[in-house]
Design a protein around this ligand. Structure first.
Ligand code: FES
Ligand SMILES: [Fe+2]
Length: 387
């Protein structure tokens, strides 16, 4: 199988680092103030910057496959409806009636021809336009064209549905935003994948602690001693910094066998787990034969929701295939839970004041890069390009 120049470079780096008995490192240790995990004001800044200006993944395209399919999403604090319109494109709106603000629907998902408000039955099309007002003579001076649902940006890329949870004047260029990850993610054909399982977990930990579980592999052989540890080289990984996105390649032990192979025969996918961080809160975690997509969203100081889907190349056709994927799903739930239990423990200790800062080691590269990007976004230095 042909691999990209980027993947060739990752493999070569891993082999070189392994020969030297080292791993990918930055120049310095970083001290990260504990207030970044515990201060409600800091959290407000993060929500108002990261979760209002950048795209987050909320679904797989197949969740909204047909005209009229819709879903709601509230976790970011912005009530959103996404619907597949008659022309096949997606539209996203605030789930807020333009008459007096009622929620149009409380259903998590469904199929609709229109959205009719439960309060006074104003009716909107799938495109968000106001279609009908009962006893409209009471509103005859109002311009119906200006009373459509308020749109928020929505995109479909790499088989995923992305929204920016705020009303925007600008036309965001999501292709430019995701360009550094495009070659790799397009090659996976995630749009052609099937959602095997989806789950959503509310956890009592800062969203940042949940995020950090996916940004380094230093913890694998302690936190995941009986699960993930043996599956990967211990604390030996490569981070490609596409500021603010990061491709974190974690090798399987058998990657070392590639030393004896002609580089033109090297395969990447079968030798790596790749944790792709797509700023600010999305991970596309590529396993050797399936993919996890997760989004971590703060729901308050010290709480977050972890929304995850497991994608497989095709729907299982046999019981054996079903069992195989179920086993993978059961294992990953255990592994993620090992991270979350530790994260919730950290959260409980934050207020003790024992630590003024956490120490990010030189090889905890993803943590250092992630904090820098978050700081840049809050400072207004990082933006999604516009067209
Ligand atoms: S609030 Fe929706 S129709 Fe009145
Ligand atoms: Fe972990």
């Amino acid at each position: 199988m042909k691999i990209s120049a980027e993947e060739h470079h990752i493999i070569q780096d891993i082999l070189d680092l392994n020969t030297k008995g080292s791993t990918h490192m930055l120049d310095a240790v970083m001290h990260n103030p504990v207030s970044n995990y515990a201060d409600p004001e800091k959290l407000n800044q993060e929500i108002n910057s990261l979760f209002r200006n950048f795209p987050i993944i909320i679904a797989h395209s197949s969740d909204l496959a047909e005209t009229g399919d819709f879903m709601t999403h509230d976790a970011t604090g912005m009530p959103i409806i996404v619907a597949r319109t008659n022309d096949g494109t997606l539209k996203a709106f605030l789930n807020v009636c333009r008459h007096r603000g009622a929620r149009l629907t409380d259903e998590p998902c469904g199929k609709a021809r229109t959205f009719s408000c439960p309060y006074h039955a104003w009716t909107y099309g799938l495109d968000g336009k106001l279609r009908g007002i009962p006893q409209a003579f009471g509103f005859d001076t109002e311009d119906k064209a200006k009373l459509g649902l308020v749109e928020v940006p929505v995109f479909e890329r790499f088989g995923m549905v992305w929204v920016v949870p705020s009303v925007q004047d600008q036309d965001m260029d999501i292709d430019a935003w995701l360009a550094p990850m495009e070659e790799q993610l397009n090659g996976l054909d995630l749009a052609g994948h099937t959602v095997f399982q989806k789950w959503s977990l509310d956890r009592n930990m800062s969203w940042r602690l949940a995020l950090e579980g996916f940004q380094e592999s230093y913890h694998f052989c302690s936190a995941h001693r009986d699960t993930a540890c043996s599956g990967y080289l211990d604390n030996q990984s490569v981070h490609l910094n596409f500021d603010p996105h990061v491709r974190h390649a974690v090798p399987l032990p058998k990657v070392l066998e590639l030393r004896d192979q002609d580089p033109s025969d090297w395969d990447y996918r079968s030798n790596f787990m790749t944790q792709n961080y797509l700023f600010p809160a999305n991970f596309i975690q590529v396993m050797t034969d399936h993919v996890y997509v997760h989004t971590i969203i703060p729901t308050g100081p010290g709480t977050c929701v972890f929304q995850c889907m497991m994608l497989i190349p095709e729907a299982p056709k046999t019981e054996k295939a079903e069992r195989y994927w179920q086993k993978n799903f059961d294992l990953i739930r255990v592994v993620f839970n090992e991270d979350f239990v530790i994260g919730e423990g950290i959260q409980k200790g934050l207020d003790t004041g024992v630590n003024q800062h956490f120490v990010f080691g030189k090889y905890e590269v993803g943590l250092q890069l992630g904090q820098k990007s978050i700081d840049d976004a809050i400072a207004g230095k990082l933006k999604v390009p516009t067209r």
